[in-house]
Design a protein around this ligand. Structure first.
Ligand code: 3PG
Ligand code: MG
Length: 401
């Protein structure tokens, strides 16, 4: 696309973890990740839009600190306006000069941006009707929000010529590699506190024979230990909420028993200290907080022997002193393999960054939910919208020639 001088709306996802009281930015991976697209749009008049968190949450705040950091990371002048689509924003947008970047305030300050709906409906929102006429091109680089069907993700591309940004391109490419021809053996490490987004991934990758081993930690491990009828005494708090997934888990275990790997020991906290126990001798009433050291050994060996490793979600409650051992060990084993390695989800990526090993992975995804949706075989509304826009543009080109 012809870029110089063009008025470009660039949708990014710089929704970052913030300190709940000071609102200091705790991890800026997503901010650094959009710089290559901004660099490539040099010469255009770039207006950048993102959300930060959701209404009602502590970190639902202004994007001003994000704009300041962005200016530090990319070589252009970055301005900020504390408005989304009001007169002040529209005036500032009209004044952006080639080579400048203007950051709008949190798009979710506009109520419409908090509602998912069909693209044709989103194209008729005030947000799209007010902003679209001010631009000549829409670029979507917000892979991490591509699973949402919100106005700035699917509405603007119904009207404006549209393109994927470089981060979007890289992220979709990395996950597609995993779903097409991953190098074997291909190992997944799935943890975290949610089972509802991991079970669909397991169904899809096992059903399509794209995984040789799935190593489980966190709450997914507890679900499958129960599905396997292992004699584990869990604290009820540990297992509440996943009853509805038990049947699916049992079916998966029946079909793919050798591919689903569960911990042989777990760690819990007793009198303020980490204690590891074999799964059949867990002390009752103590919540399990990490995989045990024997499991760490077993999982690390499988990871080291893999040609592809994908990890999403921590294996334990890593924020608690002493219970980050499992997650750290798996990340370190991944960092040492020569295979193709992908990590995703804010917690894992944050931990890799804290330990200074984030550059030791083949791909560090800026996404959590969007990556899992793709791995679960779902299409992403944000990507579909770009495909539709591209078809429309090539259709127009064909007509005019
Ligand atoms: C995320 O971090 O999951 C994305 O920024 C999307 O945000 P959401 O989950 O609040 O829609
Ligand atoms: Mg989310």
């Amino acid at each position: 696309m012809e870029i110089p001088g063009k008025k470009v709306f660039l949708r990014v996802d710089i929704n970052v973890p913030l300190d709940p009281s000071s609102h200091e930015i705790l991890d800026d991976t997503r901010i650094r990740a959009v710089c290559s697209t901004i660099e490539e749009l040099k010469g255009a008049r770039v207006v950048l839009g993102s959300h930060q968190s959701r209404p009602g949450k502590d970190d639902f705040t202004s994007l001003e600190p994000h704009a300041r950091l962005l200016e530090r990371y990319c070589s252009q002048e970055v301005k900020f306006v504390d408005d989304v689509l009001g007169p002040q924003a529209r005036q500032q947008i009209s004044r952006v000069r080639p080579g400048e970047v203007l950051v709008l305030d949190n798009l979710r300050f506009c109520a419409e941006e908090n509602i998912d709906d069909k693209p044709e409906k989103q194209a008729k929102t005030h947000l799209v009707k007010r902003l679209a006429p001010l631009f000549e091109l829409y670029v979507n680089d917000a892979f991490a929000t591509a699973h949402r069907s919100q106005p700035s993700i699917v509405g603007l591309s119904e009207i404006l010529p549209s393109a994927a940004g470089r981060l979007m391109e890289k992220e979709v490419g990395a996950v597609s590699t995993l779903l097409l021809e991953p190098r074997r053996p291909c190992v997944y490490v799935l943890g975290g506190s949610k089972v509802e987004d991991k079970v669909p991934v397991m169904e899809h990758i096992l059903g399509r024979d794209k995984a040789d081993r799935i190593l489980l930690g966190g709450v997914p491990a507890k679900l499958f230990l129960r599905a396997l009828d292992r004699k584990v005494v869990f604290d009820e708090k540990d297992v509440s909420g996943f009853e509805s997934f038990l049947e699916t888990a049992r079916n998966l275990v029946r079909k793919y028993k050798d591919r689903i790997v569960v911990p042989v020991d777990l760690a819990s906290e007793e009198k303020g200290k980490r204690m590891d126990h074999r799964i059949d001798s867990m002390p009752p009433k103590e919540p399990t907080l990490d995989i045990g050291m024997e499991t760490v050994e077993k999982y690390s060996k499988i990871v080291r022997g893999a040609a592809t490793v994908v990890a999403n979600g921590p294996l334990g409650v890593f924020e608690k002193n002493g219970f980050d051992l499992g997650t750290k060990a798996i990340l370190e084993s991944m960092a040492l393999t020569n295979g193709y390695t992908v990590i995703g989800g804010g917690h894992l990526v944050g931990l890799a960054t804290i330990h200074g090993i984030e550059d030791k992975f083949s791909h560090v995804s800026t996404a959590g939910g969007a990556m899992l949706s793709l791995l679960a075989g779902q299409t992403l509304p944000g990507v579909d919208a770009l495909v539709r826009a591209a078809r429309r543009t090539s259709g127009l080109r064909e007509k005019s020639s």
